[in-house]
Design a protein around this ligand. Sequence first.
Ligand code: MG
Length: 157
Amino acid sequence: MRVGIGYDSHRLVAGRPLVLGGVHVPYEKGEQGHSDGDALIHAVIDALLGACAREDIGAHFPPGDPRFAGISSRVLLRETSKIVRQAGYRPVNVDCTVILQTPRLRPFVAGMRENMARDLELEAGSVSVKAKTAESLGPVGEGLAVEAHAAALLETL
Ligand code: MG
């Protein structure tokens, strides 16, 4: 068994979609980023890569690479699932926390879990997403950014 942790944050700006766990969340602002800016999936990718010691998201999907411009982060997650398996492991479970002041994410959590479970070939019961606010504190609490943390457990194939 191997465990990994991941973290990501993205600035929220007008004119961008807000995509978390592959779910488009209706909101006036979205994540700045080279891909679709899905901070939750980016944190999960880093947790998975960390667990099998295969560097990080930037090493596999460089932000300057035109192949990844505007790409759905779910494509990157499926690619990461392959990297994990090539390293000789498979995911057992993933646990995440996403921190966003507004809008409230609870109605979207089931969809996020289903999307990420499908991409990782897991049951939705093995992917947990916890949504919190920042209690109005700091840049996340002021609605300037979204933040995500993730842990992933792998087992040997
Ligand atoms: Mg990111």
